[in-house]
Design a protein around this ligand. Structure first.
Ligand SMILES: NC(=O)c1ccc[n+]([C@@H]2O[C@H](COP(=O)([O-])OP(=O)(O)OC[C@H]3O[C@@H](n4cnc5c(N)ncnc54)[C@H](O)[C@@H]3O)[C@@H](O)[C@H]2O)c1
Length: 251
């Protein structure tokens, strides 16, 4: 896919999504940042010559409105990068009792259902477009290494990310007839606001667990892979680990 097309980035206000928005905009994409944090999305969008839109990926109405607004501003999107996500930590059973079901549901709703909600609604628009080169569009999702090695307390998060990895191939197969590709990136430990909140010593010790390079990943390194996926048409239906060979231990 060419870069000078309209692109949607969910969670684009922060972390991996923000870095991807910067990288795509630098290559000529018209970026729309869809985020529940409208202030941060608008501020970054202004810097990138794009548009910031308030959007809750779990809501059909909210996503439909954001897609319409993005299309009105930039034309129909051919790139969707799903970075919106949340984490939580609770054990299946703890001294406080069983894992609160509403907490479990919330993580599944945002990370898994929200990702699919974006895919289905954005893809419904992409399939109506003219073919550009040999494809109509490309969709990139964000799982996590926790999809494969969830740690203690990550039952909900791991299940949500395993769901994202698991739907990558069937969704790619569904959309193949429309020349729309679907890929997923499974990051290891990246230095985003989530981990920036930790003391430097904790950041260092987390980074030291990575075989090579023994450090946290930079959001720009996620963005570089997203950029490569956009331009390499043979990448489809696969989840790529981006993790410096880390395999998470139980805790
Ligand atoms: N940082 C890491 O080490 C790491 C590792 C593996 C996977 N991931 C995944 O990468 C993605 C991005 O993570 P990040 O570290 O950049 O986090 P982040 O918190 O910096 O950014 C996430 C963004 O998503 C937005 N968001 C949350 N819920 C939303 C919703 N319902 N609708 C729309 N936007 C919503 C937030 O406002 C925020 O701007 C997440 O899915 C996360 O699970 C991150």
């Amino acid at each position: 896919m060419e870069f000078d097309v309209p692109a949607l980035i969910t969670g684009g206000a922060s972390g991996l999504g923000a870095a991807t928005a910067r990288a795509l905009a630098a290559r000529g994409a018209k970026v729309a940042l869809l985020d529940v944090n409208l202030d941060a999305a608008t501020a970054l969008a202004a810097e990138l010559g794009g548009i910031g839109l308030k959007c809750d990926v779990t809501s059909e109405d909210s996503v439909t409105a954001a897609l319409a607004a993005a299309e009105a501003a930039h034309g129909p999107a051919r790139i969707l990068v799903n970075c919106a996500g949340i984490g939580n930590a609770a054990r299946t059973v703890s001294k406080k009792g069983p894992f609160p079901l509403d907490l479990f549901n919330r993580v599944i709703q945002v990370n898994l259902v929200g990702t699919f909600n974006m895919i289905r609604l954005a893809a419904a628009r992409m399939v109506e477009l003219e073919i550009m080169g040999e494809e109509r569009g490309v969709i990139i999702n964000t799982a996590s290494v926790a999809a494969f090695e969830g740690q203690i307390g990550q039952a909900a998060y791991s299940a949500s990310k395993a769901g994202v990895a698991g739907m990558t191939l069937p969704v790619a197969r569904d959309l193949a007839q429309y020349a729309v590709r679907v890929m997923t990136i499974a990051p290891g430990l990246f230095l985003t606001p989530m981990l920036q909140g930790l003391p430097e010593e904790s950041q260092r010790s987390l980074g030291a667990q990575v075989p090579f390079p023994a450090r946290l990943g930079h959001p720009t390194e996620y963005a570089k892979l997203a950029v490569h996926i956009v331009e390499n048409a043979m990448l489809n239906g696969e989840t790529i680990r981006l993790d410096g060979a880390i395999r998470m231990a139980p805790r």
